[in-house]
Design a protein around this ligand. Structure first.
Ligand SMILES: *Cc1c(COP(=O)(O)O)cnc(C)c1O
Length: 377
């Protein structure tokens, strides 16, 4: 069976984890600090704050941006449910804006109509690692005095206008995920980058109970330290064991992306002539890490899409449905009633995610290419 995704892990991760365990310090400590510095350097950010996953990264970022009860946040319904759940955690309302079907990302032209006096922030998602139109969205945010937060869960290593996603050129807060479905993984894990030292210290308080002194500082102190808890915080820490994996993963990032891009180019060439299949091109001016390879079955019903996925499964090839439409889930319908975002819904129903991971062998790539060509409508 060819899986949809698979993290690339090896001896380097094992060695660094072993070293970390032998050090005797396994929770958030020196490795996390080292991982934060390496990550910030990699994406060109001034500060990087590690947290337990991208969902908690989004939650902390929203709080740091001042989002609270009664506020509205503009967001796409075409994303993993964590994106807008983080808005609900703040007591705020996710106001969905439909996507541009060509990019699967929020359509900036639709944002103006969704703004109200309650709008506090815009949460932009770089879906499947394809950079969104940051320039347009940052322009709207600046003109209306809104905070722009990037859900870059999938976008480590992607670039926009030559700048790495995460350098805070367009948004003060950018959130990443290290779940195994993403390009690099620590099992679970997340990171927030910011250019603002005040936001960075706020985020550091939020991730560990609002505690004024962290464990490592207290441990190293030559004098007795009594910590205080000036704000309500959470336990959203990454551990040093996870950070050790992350350091080894960061060193692999360029190689992983190079391989992913080459597999995607193979797929693009193999499927280019198929009339029933739509492909997603690299956005102009951007470099896409190909976190997920999607094809779109043009005009297909859900039944036809599922039949296609079943045919591939029977040939030993795992696939997944496209990106979900969050507003269709019961936990949203019960809060906000039925909402309709036709572009998002159609894309959810017609897209299929194909296997793509760095260690995928050439024979497996060829097998996927011929099976898709054989079963494509
Ligand atoms: C995976 C993902 C998340 C959630 O990341 P976790 O690290 O699993 O919390 C959020 N947003 C998007 C767009 C994602 O793809």
């Amino acid at each position: 069976m060819i899986p949809v995704a698979k993290p690339e892990l090896g001896e380097e991760e094992i060695a660094l984890v072993a070293e970390t365990i032998r050090s005797g310090w396994i929770t958030q400590g020196p490795r996390v600090a080292e991982f934060e510095q390496a990550f910030a350097a990699r994406v060109g950010a001034r500060h990087a704050v590690a947290v337990s996953n991208c969902t908690t990264a989004l939650h902390c970022s929203l709080i740091a941006a001042g989002v609270g009860a009664g506020d509205e946040v503009i967001v796409t319904p075409h994303s993993y449910i964590a994106t807008s759940n983080a808005i609900l955690y703040c007591g705020a309302r996710p106001v969905f804006v439909d996507i541009d079907p060509a990019t699967l990302n929020m359509d900036p032209l639709r944002v103006a109509k969704a703004l109200t006096h309650r709008t506090k922030a815009i949460m932009v998602v770089h879906q499947v690692g394809r950079p969104s139109d940051l320039e347009a969205l940052a322009g709207i945010a600046a003109a209306r005095g809104l905070k722009l937060i990037e859900d870059a869960a999938c976008a480590i290593g992607s670039t926009y206008h030559g700048r790495p996603i995460g350098d805070n050129c367009y948004a003060p807060l950018v959130c990443f995920s290290f779940h195994p479905r993403k390009v690099i993984s620590t099992g679970d894990g997340g990171m927030i980058t910011t250019g603002d030292p005040v936001l960075a210290s706020h985020l550091r308080l939020l991730r560990q109970h609002g505690m004024s002194v962290n464990d490592l500082e207290r441990h190293k102190s030559k004098t007795v330290v009594t910590e205080t808890y000036p704000i309500l915080g959470y336990n959203y820490r990454l551990t040093d064991v996870q950070a050790a994996i992350g350091l080894a993963q960061l060193a692999r990032l360029d190689g992983i992306i190079m391989r992913r891009r080459s597999i995607a180019a193979n797929y693009d060439a193999a499927f280019a002539g198929l009339p029933g299949i739509g492909l997603f091109a690299e956005p102009p001016g951007a470099r896409w890490n190909h976190q997920t390879y999607l094809i779109r079955m043009l005009g297909a019903s859900v039944k036809k899409r599922d039949d296609f996925m079943q045919a591939l499964l029977e040939e030993g090839i795992a696939t997944r449905r496209g990106i979900m439409s969050i507003h269709r889930e019961a936990s949203y319908i019960s809060r906000f009633g039925q909402q309709s975002f036709p572009e998002s819904e159609q894309a959810s129903d017609q897209c299929v995610c194909l296997p793509l991971y760095a260690q995928m062998g050439d024979a497996d790539i060829a097998k996927v290419c011929s099976a898709v060509r054989k079963h494509a409508p």
